[in-house]
Design a protein around this ligand. Structure first.
Ligand code: SF4
Length: 265
C-alpha cells in the first residue's frame, strides 16, 4: 500500500469512528446541556482558508448518501446543542441544486418544524428566490452552519426570543456535516446569509456589510483542482425584515447570483 493510500485509509477510519461517537447518548442523568457563553464568531487569520472539513478530502458522498447523513445528524449529540434541540434541522431542497444558501443555525420555528428558513424569514427568502431568480425552494438547497437550535436558555425550547449565535466550538463540531452536504451537491455557488455564515465560510473577520457586493472563491477545495465554488455573501432575511433598506443591496447580490447561474459556470 503506498503512502497516500495508507493516509487516506487512516483518515477514513478516523472519520467513521467520529461518526460512531456522534451517536453516543448523553451521559446518564444529563437532560440538557447548561447554557454556554454567548459567542464570538471565529476570526481566522487574514488570508488563511476558512476552517476546513475534518473529513478526508478523498471521501465524497453520492446524493443518495444524503439521506443516511441526515439520519446521522438526527441522532448526533456531538455538541451541547444536540441535547436541547427539539429537532435537528439537516437541510432542504434539491440534491442537484446549482446554489446552496447557508444561514447560521435554526431558530425557534426551525427547531419546531425541523426545516431551515421557515417562518417570516423563510417566506421572504422564498419571495427573493421567486422574484429575482425565478426559482422555487425545491430548486435550490438551504442549510445552516449548525444543525441544532442555539438557545440562550437550553431548558426553554418553547420560549420565543431564546436564540443566540452558535459558539466557535459548536460551529467546529457541526462543520463537517455542511462540508459533506456541499461535497454531495457540488453547487456552482454558495450564498452565505448574514455575518456568521459569511465569516465562517469565507474565513474573514469582516462583517456582512463590508464584504457583500462581490463574488469570492470558496477558500476550501472540496472537489479537487479545477472545481472552484463561488461565494456570494448577502444579508440574512431576518435583517431585511428589521431594516427594509437593505433589500436593495440584497437584490443586487441576487442579480450577481443569477448571472453566475445563467452562465452555468
Ligand atoms: S449542532 Fe451539529 S454537531 Fe451539534 S449536536 Fe447538532 S448536529 Fe451534532
Amino acid at each position: 500500500m503506498n503512502r497516500e493510500l495508507a493516509e487516506a485509509a487512516r483518515d477514513l477510519a478516523a472519520y467513521l469512528r467520529s461518526l460512531d461517537e456522534n451517536l453516543a447518548e448523553p451521559p446518564a442523568g444529563v437532560k440538557r446541556t447548561p447554557a454556554v457563553a454567548v459567542p464570538a464568531v471565529p476570526e481566522p487569520a487574514a488570508g488563511r482558508p476558512a476552517p476546513a472539513a475534518e473529513a478526508p478530502k478523498t471521501m465524497t458522498l453520492s446524493p443518495a448518501d444524503m439521506d443516511q447523513l441526515a439520519e446521522k445528524v438526527k441522532a448526533c449529540r456531538k455538541c451541547g446543542l444536540g441535547h436541547a434541540r427539539l429537532n435537528a434541522v439537516f437541510g432542504v431542497g434539491s440534491y442537484k441544486a446549482k446554489v446552496v444558501f447557508v444561514g447560521e443555525g435554526p431558530g425557534f420555528q426551525e427547531d419546531h418544524q425541523g426545516e431551515p428558513f421557515v417562518g417570516r424569514s423563510g417566506q421572504l427568502l422564498d419571495k427573493i428566490l421567486e422574484t429575482v431568480l425565478g426559482l422555487k425552494r425545491s430548486d435550490v438547497y438551504i442549510a445552516n452552519i449548525v444543525k441544532c437550535h442555539p438557545m440562550k436558555n437550553p431548558e426553554s425550547p418553547e420560549s420565543h426570543g431564546n436564540d443566540r449565535p452558535p459558539t466557535p466550538e459548536e460551529i467546529s463540531a457541526c462543520r463537517p456535516y455542511l462540508d459533506e452536504q456541499l461535497r454531495a451537491i457540488k453547487p456552482l455557488c454558495i450564498v452565505t446569509l448574514g455575518s456568521v455564515a459569511t465569516k465562517v465560510l469565507l474565513g474573514t473577520d469582516k462583517g456582512i456589510s463590508t464584504v457583500r457586493g462581490k463574488v469570492y472563491d470558496y477558500p476550501v477545495e472540496l472537489f479537487g483542482p479545477g472545481h472552484p465554488i463561488k461565494v456570494i455573501p448577502t444579508y440574512h432575511p431576518a435583517a431585511l425584515l428589521r431594516n427594509p433598506n437593505l433589500k436593495r443591496d440584497t437584490w443586487e447580490d441576487m442579480k450577481m447570483l443569477k448571472a453566475i447561474l445563467d452562465k452555468g459556470e
